[in-house]
Design a protein around this ligand. Structure first.
Ligand SMILES: NC(=O)C1=CN([C@@H]2O[C@H](COP(=O)(O)OP(=O)(O)OC[C@H]3O[C@@H](n4cnc5c(N)ncnc54)[C@H](OP(=O)(O)O)[C@@H]3O)[C@@H](O)[C@H]2O)C=CC1
Ligand SMILES: O=C(O)[C@@H]1CCC=N1
Length: 278
């Protein structure tokens, strides 16, 4: 099995290195292409057995092809490689706004969407899968096995795409931001350095993650356990309750508004189907 990656930016590189680190894929099974060659040099300097090539060569060689560009760059890539995309290949969108049906209408391949997360760097966290209609059960199993090496793959409905990605893919940035806010306030209001507060925060979050992983407590139970009657946690939770009421409602509205714009732009990009490769 040969795996191709077109686009070796942030997420392309994360996926490549996670697959190698997990042992699920050997560097010699990977071909990569990127618009700016410097990024390829950095990758092949680290993993000499990875084959750096052109978009067309990567598409020709790959059994599974990850398209790791930004949404509005998909059409340019597909128009370049389209005639090499035979029906036996499995082509993957990693972006929420390029849907499975859009790709199926444009290319004759098996298609799925796999939305990764920066947490996959640590061979951890979820990846979100939407299977296209052309995948066989064997293809599904193959893809699930591959993704299981770097993540917990979770199948989602098309309609759940944005909210699932908000949690799984954007979530690490959102919660890092909140942690940084907590740290900044700690440094401003108490006698602790940023380094000390960051260390404490990091240990707390790792411990919290492990607690949640072992399934011992639900989120409400966990809060209740920490909240000693008449103690300080309840005072803090009250402040959070008062001051964060609509924060995530507004966040979700904002991400969904942006998503709707992206989806419209992607639809316009694919509207001219004259170049469809069927
Ligand atoms: N970052 C994240 O945490 C997540 C990202 N994603 C999705 O991943 C996708 C990529 O995001 P990210 O990696 O952060 O973005 P980057 O901009 O870091 O990477 C995109 C890469 O695509 C390359 N590229 C663009 N056009 C072409 C082309 N025609 N041929 C070959 N390569 C090309 C770019 O090359 P160049 O070096 O020239 O710019 C760049 O390296 C997005 O669609 C995003 O939605 C999904 C989940 C999480
Ligand atoms: O910021 C973005 O658009 C991407 C999508 C998911 C995470 N990062």
């Amino acid at each position: 099995m040969h795996i191709g990656f077109i686009g070796t930016g942030s997420m392309g590189t994360i996926l490549i290195e996670a697959f190698i680190e997990s042992g699920a894929v050997l560097p010699a099974q990977i071909s990569v292409a990127n618009r700016t060659p410097e990024k390829l040099h950095a990758l092949t300097a680290k993993h000499p057995d990875i084959k750096a090539s052109t978009n067309i060569n990567v598409a020709q060689k790959a059994d599974i092809l990850f398209l790791c560009t930004k949404p509005l760059e998909y059409r340019t890539v597909l128009d370049e490689i389209g005639e090499h995309l035979t029906p036996d290949k499995l082509v993957l969108s990693i972006t929420s706004s390029v849907g499975v049906q859009q790709l199926e209408a444009y290319i004759p391949c098996k298609v799925a969407r796999v939305i990764p997360s920066i947490t996959n760097t640590a061979l951890s966290g979820a990846s979100l899968i939407t299977f296209g209609a052309r995948l066989t059960q064997t293809d599904r199993t193959l893809l699930l096995t591959l993704l299981s090496a770097i993540s917990t793959p979770i199948e989602i409905e098309e309609s759940q795409t944005r909210i699932s990605s908000d949690i799984v893919s954007c979530g690490p940035a959102f919660f890092s931001f909140l942690m940084q806010r907590f740290i900044d306030s700690a440094v401003d209001h108490a006698s602790i350095t940023e380094e000390q507060a960051t260390r404490l925060m990091t240990e707390m979050i790792i411990g919290l993650g492990r607690l949640l992983e072992d399934g011992r407590f639900s989120l409400p139970t966990l809060q209740a356990k920490v909240c000693v009657p008449g103690g300080v946690t309840g005072i803090g939770l009250h402040v959070l309750d008062e001051e964060t009421q609509d924060v995530f409602k507004h966040l979700i509205e904002a991400t969904h508004n942006k998503f709707n714009i992206d989806v419209r732009e992607v639809q316009e990009m694919f509207t001219n189907q004259k170049n469809s490769f069927h």
